[in-house]
Structure formats: C-alpha cells, structure tokens
Design a protein around this ligand. Structure first.
Ligand code: BES
Ligand code: ZN
Ligand code: ZN
Length: 514
C-alpha cells in the first residue's frame, strides 16, 4: 500500500473511492451537516435524502464506523461515508480505525485507489498532522493480510491519497513529511507481522536468526547468533533446557546492535521471548487452540521490528536487541518438572512447570544483556502469561516496571501509538511467591494468584537494579477468532506486531544522557 499526500480537494480527484468522515449528531438534532453540502451537490441530493431516511447517521457501533456507499453520477467512482461517532468522543484512534474500515470495506470490490478527504477527518481534538498520521497508519495496517500461502487473493486498495483541500494546502510540505515518516514505521509493522505469522515449521529459531542476519546486512548492524554449542559455553542453561526437547529446531540467542543516532544517546536494551512453538513441553497444553502457540515468538519478532524501525528512523539512543529463541516441545530430551537449571547470571531456577518456559529463556537474555552491555534501561517483551488476558483482556498489555520514568515514558508512547498498556504492581508478596526451597527462584508458584505479576517477579531477579520494564502481550499480540469482532480494523487476523510502534515511539522520545 502506497500512501501519498495531494494538495487538491478529494472530491475532484480521480480515485476509485473518495472517503469522507461523518460525525454523529447529538440526539434530537437531525439537521443535515453543512460539511456534507458539497458531497450532496455532487450526488444530486442523494446524500441529503439518505440522511433524512436515517440511513446515514455517522455512528459507530461495536467499535466500527457505519459505512454508506454512493455511486457518483459524474462517473468518477464511488463516494464513501464513514461514521466517526460523536465529536466529543473523537480521537486519533477513531481516524486510524476509520481509515482501515474504508480500505477493508472496499476490498474485493474493484477499488485500487482511495482518496481520503482530510478536512472531514479533522476536529478540535484531532488536528491536521495527527489526522494525516492516523489516516496513513490505518490505511497501511488495515490493508495487510497474511497471504503467503494462498494462490488467489482478493483485489485490494493499492494506493491511498490524503487530499488536503484548500484548508490544509498551505501545510503540504509538513504533512507530506508526516505521512512519509508514519508510512516508514507502518511498513516495518507489516514486515514484522509477516514474520510473526509464519508457522513453526518455517519460523524456527535458526530462521529467526537468519532474518536478523539479513536485517543486519541491510542496515549495517552488528548481529551475533549464538547456537546451542556457544550457548553451552556461555552458560545459558535456560535456553538450553527449554530448547532441549526439539530435535529439529535447536535454540538460538540473537543479539542485534543499532549504534544510535545521537552522540549522547542512552543505551536501551530490548529483549524478546521467541518461543517458536509452545506446546507446553512435558507439562503439555490442551489441544484446542494450540495452533496459536506459533505466536509465542511475538516478543522476539517485535524486537526484530523495533531494531528495523530504529535503524530506518535513526532514533537517538543506541539499541541492543536480544531474541531468546527456542521451541518448547515434549520428547525424551525435554527438560522436566523438578529440574534445576542454571541461568547465564549464575542464578538457579527450579522448574515446576515446563509450560512456564518464557521466563526461563528470558532469564538468559536479560542476564546477558545486563552484564555485557550495562544498558541504561531494559525493556522485555513477551507473550508470557494467560493471566495477562484474564486481568486486562485482549486489547491491553500489562506493564510492570521498577522505574517510574521508564514506565511513564512507555505509557506516553502508548498513547501516541494507540497500543494500550496498563501498569500493574510488583510487590514483595509476588517476590515471595517465586522463592524456591531448593533453588534461587522457581518458574511457577504453589498458589495460582497474580500470574502476570509473579512472572514479572521472576524476571526481576535477572535484571538486578537496572531500570527495567516488562510488557506482557499475550492478549494483543495476535487476534483470534474469539476476539475478532472487537478488534480495530487496523489489526488483521493473526499477528499484530504489537509494541513495534509503541517502543519505537518511546525510543524516538528517549532522553539523552545527562
Ligand atoms: N505462552 C504461554 C502464555 C499463553 C497462555 C499464551 C495462553 C497464550 C495463551 C506461556 O508460556 C504459558 O504457558 N504460561 C503459563 C504459565 C503457568 C504455567 C505458570 C500460563 O500463563 O498459564
Ligand atoms: Zn508456556
Ligand atoms: Zn510460552
């Protein structure tokens, strides 16, 4: 999907579809909106008639905008009205969603080009620049589909043009830059989704390592891949234990280094859980839904995406990416409940449940990056616990942090990117629950409470006092049939690449060293 900015008016453009946003009127006010006057003239009074029949109301229902399509008598394709809901509830996320709804709404219906009429997507609380960014993002993300394994695909919009019209034509240069910057980031998101959607037979730990090597080559980044032999020398007992059950797909730790765009940039480490398939291992999972466990690598894929975005957008800080990759399957060589494994930093882990494997592989990655790079801060990203979904649902990730500044920075970035996260507490109670009688920590607790937070307490053991934030992303990392109805149209079935945009926005705004 290509996104452009054009100073001309959207209604005069020669696009297959001209898209116009419509606000919902306050109840009892059924006057025809003045903003639709020109559209109505173009349609010889049809828009007004549709409004009078209450066919067009500008509403949003089940989080989706009402869509009305008119065929233009001037032969210039279609006019599409998309509901934005009431002005009082208008946000950039409504624009982002609406753009995706438009692109999705005309899919398979012979439309190759869409013209967004910018002034109709702007209000007091969403200004021109924000609306341009959101339209760009919605159009790009909403057009994505995982099609790698399909011979025939539905025709879809290939080009979206944001038309400024008289009102915004003066800002053309700025708005062009905004759209280009946003598109660069969203293209990285699609690239990440494509990798995250790959099935486990293809996206093995080695394949993820190869993706990292290719990325390094493309952007001139240093990339190191540690195979099982090297991991044994290094003492990465966590990765070796979790990955030990897989004969065909041995574990890998991958480290990527982006040098940073600013002289006084800080060093930020991002560490991702890359379980290419999580069957649970010996503590095996139920069959229903197990196919979704190919998405258990989403954290590591997000790290790949963040490094690509950092290098593309040349963010100020130095960024170290660590991907902890392994396949968790049962076999005669699998690790077992009761085993004690030694992590990179020397701490021992009592394994009580082989399905709590994410924290075990992350222990090596966190310990390694903290010791080798002494980063100013560490962010880990992981599809870590079912408890995250129980606590916060499918749309909002859990944030646990030992550092208020870092946590607030991530929360602010999440507002910008539109990827919701919510901070949760970490207390001595959670720390107590992960203490082991025979090792330094245990990977699962005796009583099943606060699973997301006890997992965080476990991880904390491996970062020491380094400012650290943990993002538990099970819910938002992919969309499942169960939750599909409620997803914004800019997500698609399968992987969402959640946190790529958020962490990149955070890195763009990260403070310099004092
Ligand atoms: N990858 C899973 C988390 C998960 C659970 C993802 C459900 C999607 C749906 C993780 O490795 C896991 O199995 N966590 C366990 C931990 C427990 C055994 C302590 C969980 O959350 O149930
Ligand atoms: Zn698991
Ligand atoms: Zn897992």
């Amino acid at each position: 999907m290509k996104v452009q900015v054009d100073r001309r008016d959207g209604l005069t453009a020669a696009a297959d579809v001209a898209a116009v946003g419509v606000f919902e009127r306050p109840e009892k006010d059924d006057t025809f909106p003045r903003s639709l006057q020109r559209e109505d003239e173009l349609l010889h009074g049809l828009v007004k008639a549709a409004w009078a029949r209450k066919e067009v109301k500008g509403r949003r229902k089940e989080l989706k905008g009402e869509i009305t399509v008119f065929h233009r008598p001037d032969g210039k394709g279609r006019l599409l009205l998309v509901g934005l809901g009431p002005r009082s509830k208008f946000t950039v996320d409504v624009v982002r969603r609406a753009a995706a709804e438009v692109v999705k709404g005309v899919k398979g219906k012979g439309a190759r080009t869409v013209a967004f009429c910018l002034p109709s997507f702007v209000a007091e609380n969403v200004r021109g620049e924000a609306a341009v960014a959101a339209l760009t993002e919605g159009a790009i993300l909403g057009s994505y589909q995982f099609q790698k394994y399909q011979a025939t695909t539905e025709g879809q919009v290939e080009e979206a043009t944001i038309h400024l019209g008289e009102e915004f034509s003066r800002d053309e240069a700025t708005l062009k830059k905004v759209a280009a910057g946003q598109a660069a980031l969203d293209d990285v998101v699609l690239w990440s989704r494509e990798i995250a959607n790959l099935p486990a037979d293809t996206a093995s730990p080695q394949r993820l390592a190869e993706e990292a090597l290719a990325l390094g080559k493309e952007f001139g980044l240093k990339v190191s891949v540690f195979d099982e032999k090297k991991l044994a020398e290094m003492g990465c007992g966590g990765l070796l234990a979790v990955g030990g059950g897989s004969a065909s797909h041995p574990p890998r730790m991958v480290v990527l280094e982006y040098p940073g765009g600013a002289r006084r940039g800080r060093t930020v480490a991002v560490v991702g859980k890359g379980i290419t398939f999580d069957s649970g291992g010996i503590s095996i999972k139920d069959a229903p839904g197990m196919q979704e466990m190919k998405f258990d690598k989403s954290g590591a894929v997000a790290v790949l995406g963040i490094l690509r975005a950092a290098a593309t957008l040349k963010v100020p800080p130095r960024v170290i990416g660590v991907m902890c990759c392994a396949e968790n399957v049962p076999s005669g060589t699998s690790y077992r409940p009761g085993d004690v494994v030694r992590s990179y930093n020397g701490k021992t882990i009592e394994v009580l449940n082989t399905d709590a494997e994410g924290r075990v592989v992350l222990s090596d990655g966190l310990g390694y990056v903290v010791k080798q790079y002494r980063p100013d801060e560490v962010i880990d990203i992981a599809t870590l616990t079912g408890s995250q979904v129980t606590a916060l649902g499918d749309d909002t990730a859990g944030l646990i942090s030992n550092d208020d500044r870092l946590a607030e920075g991530l929360l602010a970035a999440s507002v910008v990117s539109g990827e919701p996260i919510w901070r949760m507490p970490l207390t001595d109670y959670h720390r107590e629950l992960v203490k082991s009688e025979i090792a330094d920590v245990r990977n699962s607790t005796e009583i099943p409470v606060a699973g997301m937070l006890t997992a965080a307490a476990f991880l904390e053991t491996f970062v020491g006092t380094t400012p650290w934030a943990h993002l538990d992303i099970v819910g938002p990392a992919w969309t499942s049939a169960r939750t599909w109805k409620f997803q914004p149209a800019y997500q698609n079935k399968g992987a969402t690449a959640f946190t790529v945009r958020l962490v990149t926005r955070y890195l763009e705004a990260a403070p310099l060293r004092a």
